[in-house]
Design a protein around this ligand. Structure first.
Ligand SMILES: Nc1nc2c(ncn2[C@@H]2O[C@H](COP(=O)(O)OP(=O)(O)OP(=O)(O)O)[C@@H](O)[C@H]2O)c(=O)[nH]1
Ligand SMILES: [Mg+2]
Length: 373
């Protein structure tokens, strides 16, 4: 630290802590924050955003008699992400800090986060994955791997080493400038990083301690929600390209379906002219189902039969091109006649390009008022 122990690097701080069944941890957390607050002479308020835990947290907070600790009991729109966003909206001070209630994040590191913000960084992370940062020694190999893979998946959105951290700080103006916040799940820091378009990010090493009291709320469902969150961020950040890449992934899987059907029918000695047609149709149905569910999910409320007819009609141009190219190649070459799957790959490539254009612009048109991503 370059500042003296007496100086306050920022005039005022609001620490937002989301809680669900953390009553036992609150006195310990408030105690440690209070000590740091006094030592650094910080103008600090603590906002506890509780999702109606019914675990006596109201009495606990009242008993602490700290006027700078404010408890909000939320009854609607529950969840960690929305709780943090609500807390940040209620915050009165210049700098916003978010941290967990279970003492995994050391409150003593808050002044360091504040100091980095004063050096013109926009977003400061209490980070486990920079030099000097550590995680609890008791983490299993699976937990380490899980955390690393989740972090890797966030790479397209940020260069931060630990964007999944729940311990971070930003200026109130930065938060106010964030657009289209749609916090689902746990990774509210990542959501804010992406949507406030922060460029100057600093990571301060911390030791992440496992909780001693209370239970973890990080379930498997929550981890799956993370994948959904990533997909939304992808669409937000990469717009039309996100649709195209999802369409391409579905197309890739459809190709596998096409080849599998073709192989089975060929093994059953079905004439190739029929086998190729059935394989193309099977892949078309498969692609429709996945594109409706994922790639163009914003148009899912439209009638399914009508949409299928539209998709089949639109794809029929590509399917015909596919069929014609595949059969022509098979007829041209004895080698490809023995390996129709190779001919099918060329046919699929020709058909796919035509299909994308027609599907994107004609079949799965955006509704007039798109849902926020
Ligand atoms: N308001 C609110 N807070 C939540 C909710 N789920 C979790 N939290 C809080 O978010 C913080 C992080 O949750 P944890 O359960 O500690 O998740 P984790 O840190 O990933 O996992 P462990 O530390 O291993 O338990 C804690 O302060 C929780 O009390 C929720 O639905 N609403
Ligand atoms: Mg925790």
């Amino acid at each position: 630290m370059t500042t003296s122990a007496q100086s306050a690097p920022f005039p005022s701080v609001s620490v937002v802590v989301p809680t669900y069944r953390e009553a036992d941890n609150i006195p310990l957390l408030v105690d440690r924050i209070a000590r740091m607050r006094d030592e650094r002479h910080l103008d600090l308020e603590l906002l506890i955003m509780d999702d109606d835990s019914n675990d006596g947290i109201e009495d606990v907070v009242r008993g602490l008699q700290r006027p700078w600790v404010r408890l909000t009991v939320r009854k609607e729109n529950r969840g960690l992400g929305p709780a943090v966003v609500d807390g940040m909206r209620l915050a009165r001070n210049d700098v916003l800090v978010c941290m967990d209630a279970d003492l995994s994040h050391p409150p003593e590191a808050i002044p360091e986060l504040l100091e980095a913000l004063s050096q013109d960084y926009d977003f400061v992370i209490g980070s486990r994955y920079v030099q000097g940062g550590t995680t609890d020694e008791r983490w299993s190999l699976f937990r380490r791997l899980n955390s690393r893979v989740a972090t890797l998946l966030a790479r397209p959105f940020t260069c931060a080493n630990d964007p999944m951290s729940g311990f971070f700080a930003l200026r109130r103006e930065t938060f106010a400038a964030a657009q289209d916040l749609n916090p689902i799940g746990y990774k509210i820091g990542l959501e804010l990083l992406v949507k406030s378009r922060c460029e100057f990010i600093k990571e301060v090493p911390i030791h992440f301690t496992d909780r001693r009291l209370g239970e973890s709320k990080l379930t498997l469902a929550e981890q799956l929600r993370y994948l959904q969150h990533l997909r939304r961020l992808f669409i937000y950040r990469y717009g039309g390209w996100a649709h195209f890449s999802q369409f391409a992934v579905v197309g890739g899987l459809g190709t596998l379906v096409n080849l599998a059907v073709l192989t089975v029918l060929d093994l059953l000695n079905v004439p190739l002219a029929i086998a190729v047609a059935v394989a193309i149709f099977g892949a078309m149905v498969f692609n429709f189902a996945l594109n409706r569910r994922f790639t163009f999910s914003y148009a899912r409320q439209a009638s399914l039969p009508r949409q299928f007819l539209g998709f089949a009609g639109a794809s029929s141009v590509g399917a015909l091109a596919n069929y014609a190219v595949t059969l022509a190649l098979i007829r041209q070459s004895a080698f490809l006649a023995r390996l129709p799957q190779a001919a099918a790959l060329f046919g699929i490539a020709a058909g796919m390009l035509i299909n994308f254009g027609i599907s994107r612009y004609l079949v799965f048109r955006k509704p007039r008022r798109p849902k926020p991503v």
